[in-house]
Write a protein that binds this ligand. Sequence first.
Ligand code: DGL
Length: 262
Amino acid sequence: MIPIGVFDSGVGGLTVVRQVFKKLPDQKIIYYGDTARVPYGGKPKEELIYLADIITNFLISKGAKVIVDACNSTSAVALEHLQNKYNIPVLGVIEPGVTSALEATKNGKIGLIATKATVQSGMHSRKIKELSPNVKIYAQSCPEFVPLIEEGKITGAEIKIAAQKYLLPLKKAGIDTLILGCTHYPFIAPLLAEILGDDVTLVDPAVETVNQLCAYMPQRSTQEVNNQYDFYVSGDAEQFGKIANELLAGYSVQNVEKLVVV
Ligand code: DGL
């Protein structure tokens, strides 16, 4: 058995957990949501590296044998640090998003919506330029999304107005592909699709991230089944459980424990 450690600032990493539930239903997951310190998107690089480090250390202490940094903001600035420091595989969500977007685009115009920290890091642009120098990327930071999604407000006027404001310039630029460059955003994919229309492909990087994760997993026929899920949060455990169950409709999130990692 290879327990999978997954972390994010809050509920966003559950979009990665959702893909693990689908593709690796027999695996143990240890999840950390840093809900007392959410949002990560406005934090400086040094703090994000520190937080990603102490949480990774915690997940390993709980038995994780592979880590998914299910946060674009920390994947952008801390992934290399984690990969150098820890001698287990650490996967991020940026490269999988870029790979999927490059496969999807036909007109070479890719939009990116993400946190301020992720956009400022320029990581998506760099990776896209390395792989496909002629592709254009249009980046937009969306600071209003994460606090609303953390409260479970994925529909309604407030998030719709914010989404229209953020997406209009990307729509005008003629993008045909949009990277959901924050793991919270796939929870509002229906709203984004409604605004952008059928001609724009939405990329949820969690899909390709978990495809890559499968390569580290034993063959199902030889493995013992241990579909045990442990959820830890630094904030209110009950609130997290409630929102998580709403967002992951069809799956059940139990065993949420409050534990502040410092
Ligand atoms: N879901 C995270 C990301 O992918 C963090 C968002 C936030 O806390 O601002 O960037």
